[in-house]
Design a protein around this ligand. Structure first.
Ligand code: PLP
Length: 454
């Protein structure tokens, strides 16, 4: 099927109506620009003005692993809407699709992690994991274990719990009091090791900081630590190999749970079904969303180690937590089709091929004076913009992504000073080349004040 085209005449009213009526998620300032999308196939999307863009962002939000417009997902969703669009998962009700999907996810998870709770997205999943961490200790007779450790530069969501765990202060400003008993430690940021830690020993510094934080609060008062295996919104921060195994060991010594936030990293985004086991996190809970349905339906999942599920919801324990749309049958049907396509088309393996293309094509960018660092993790890459080779002051990258969109019709996202590539895993060789060439052109014209020379 072809991309739907829209008569350009409808574009202006739609953009005006958007400005008048739509409050956008994460709306920064009063920029009047709107890009109203109407259709997509593969890595191509089209807006109301009939402009065609190359989507190297994963539908603008790290999603769309299988590409836009995949018939299998469309058909699975449509079929389920016709058969049984929705039925509550409360009080012992269930649906065949929710059961099948839970079993499928348990099969992908490490041994002994067999129980799954479904949510409508990542924030609800993080919220669930934080509540379950506290409840687990409470039910085991340690009600004082209430503290949560997270990290600065982490993104965990926008609800009160997940938003407090998020390591960007604007998320907490003006909406307090936020969730009590949340403490932040530093993120692993090898590129800025000297300035952040005063040492090249990233893991050594971070372990010491973590141990000091635990001792300051009191080991018996801490419920859990939450962390992304690779930090996405922080700008693709890849930890040293020994970071997670050593963090895990330290937490275990103090009876502290570890929650892996895999909302971004799972389902092939960084090269595996689930990234945290491979990185040595041995998590007690895994939260995921986005790639679970490739973004085709709003769905998140929390996977639990069996002991945790048993403690909070086993026997006659009452688990008073859940949402109307938890385990939504249509979203679960779409997720099952998505997992099927990822497997059938070998898209998890393809993430490694995309990573190789990134390494080949983006390597040249490191020669540009304003590129400080290029970080690649599977089918995602971050290009950190700085003032120059002598001065690594970060430069906000908004003008780069705007110019990529306007001049080159390539959609990317910026996270502070980092330009992020997070394409559908079906991206083609020439599409990666085109993106790299366009980035070279734009960054060559970038000035240290963050504007682009025309
Ligand atoms: N965790 C991580 C790592 C994320 O990147 C996000 C969203 O980008 C979330 C949690 C929150 O997910 P959602 O926006 O679906 O609530």
């Amino acid at each position: 099927t072809e991309l739907r085209t829209t008569p350009a005449v409808s574009a202006i009213p739609l953009e005006d109506m958007d400005r008048r009526h739509l409050l956008h998620p994460h709306q920064w300032g009063a920029s009047p620009e709107r890009t109203v999308m109407v259709s997509g196939r593969g890595c191509t999307v089209r807006d109301v003005r009939d402009r065609e863009f190359l989507d190297v962002s994963g539908a603008g939000n790290w999603a769309c692993q299988v590409g836009h417009g995949r018939a299998e997902l469309v058909e699975a969703g449509a079929r389920q809407l016709g058969e049984l669009a929705y039925f509550s998962g409360f009080f012992g009700f269930s649906s065949d699709k929710a059961v099948e999907l839970a079993a499928r996810l348990a099969g992908l998870a490490p041994d002994g992690m067999d129980r799954v709770f479904f949510t409508s997205g990542g924030s609800e999943g993080v919220e669930t994991a934080l509540k379950v961490a506290r409840l687990f200790h409470h039910r085991r007779g340690e009600p004082d274990r209430t503290w949560i450790i997270s990290r600065t530069m982490a993104y965990h969501g926008a609800t009160y719990g997940s938003g407090t765990a998020t390591g960007f202060p604007p998320m907490q400003e003006g909406v307090g009091p936020n969730l009590p008993h949340v403490v932040k430690v530093s993120p692993p940021y090898p590129y800025r090791a000297q300035e952040m830690y005063g040492s090249a020993d990233v893991t050594g510094y971070l372990l010491q900081e973590l141990e000091e934080t635990i001792q300051r609060i009191g080991p018996q008062r801490i419920a859990a630590m939450i962390g992304e295996p690779v930090m996405g919104g922080g700008g693709i921060l890849v930890p040293p190999d020994d970071y997670w195994p050593r963090v895990r060991e330290l937490l275990s010594r103090h009876g502290i749970l570890l929650i892996a936030d895999e909302v971004v990293t799972a389902f092939g985004r960084v090269g595996s079904w689930l990234d945290s086991p491979a990185r040595g996190m041995a998590p007690d809970m895994i939260v995921t969303a986005k790639g679970l349905t490739s973004g085709y339906a709003p769905l998140g999942a929390v996977l639990f180690r069996d002991e945790i599920a048993e403690t909070v919801a086993g026997g006659d324990a009452y688990f008073f937590h859940g949402h109307t749309y938890s385990a939504h049958p249509t979203a679960c049907a779409v997720a099952l089709a998505n997992v099927g396509v990822l497997e059938k088309d070998g898209l998890i393996e393809r993430a490694h091929v995309v990573a190789d293309w990134f390494r080949e094509d983006l390597a040249g960018l490191t020669g540009l004076p304003m590129v400080g660092d290029v970080r690649i993790a599977g089918a995602t890459a971050g290009i950190e913009i700085v003032t120059g080779p002598q001065d690594a002051t970060p430069v906000m990258a908004g003008a780069v992504t705007a110019e990529m969109r306007h001049r080159h019709a390539v959609i990317l996202r910026e996270y502070g000073p980092t330009v992020v590539l997070s394409p559908p895993l079906v991206i083609e060789r020439d599409e990666v080349r085109r993106t790299a060439a366009a980035l070279t052109d734009v960054i060559e014209r970038l000035r240290p004040d963050g504007t682009v020379r025309q």
